[in-house]
Each structure stands twice: as C-alpha cells, then as structure tokens.
Design a protein around this ligand. Structure first.
Ligand SMILES: [Zn+2]
Length: 96
C-alpha cells in the first residue's frame, strides 16, 4: 500500500512523513498512522485529524453534522493567500 505524502514533518529528523494507514473514529475524527520517509530514521507516529469547520456549504448536508463556518482568516489560509506560508524574498536569497 502506498501512503500519501503528508505535510507533517517527522518531529525527530524533520523529513516528510506519509500516512501508512488510517481509522475513522467518528464522522469528523480520524486516527492516522504516519511513517517517516527518511530510511535512516524510520520513526512511526499516530496522529489525529479532525474536521472542525466548513469552508463552503454542502450540496447534500448531513443533518447530524453541526460545524461552524470558517472565518475569513481560515478561508485565506485554505486558499494559500496567507502570508504565513510564503518566504520573504530575502529568505530566498540567503545562502544555506
Ligand atoms: Zn524521521
């Protein structure tokens, strides 16, 4: 089974991790089992993801699901407009 690459990084070595397996705990919560992609590290983790807000209303709403709508800051973050995710031009030019 190939896992998807996850945006999380290994907290030990900093490399990317992938989801190896996941289990639904409820309609809104899922447990994920992560594996570090650095062969020299090999750490594995359990994480939990939770759906907390709606970004847009559903076409087929589930009456049992009650979620708040995202605020403007969340919508900006979801669309990638947040300046938090972008490097400054000076950071790009700094030697590493
Ligand atoms: Zn690692």
């Amino acid at each position: 089974m190939s896992g998807s690459v996850y945006k999380h990084q290994c907290p030990d070595c900093g490399h990317a991790v992938r989801v190896r397996n996941s289990t639904g705990l409820s309609a809104l919560v899922r447990a994920c089992y992560l594996q570090c992609l650095n062969l020299g590290c090999g750490a594995t983790f359990k994480a939990t993801t939770e759906i907390t807000h709606r970004l847009s209303p559903p076409a087929i709403p589930n009456p049992a699901i009650h979620l708040p709508m995202a605020d403007l800051a969340m919508l900006k973050c979801a669309s990638g407009d947040s300046t938090d995710n972008q490097l400054d031009f000076d950071e790009l030019l700094e030697p590493h």
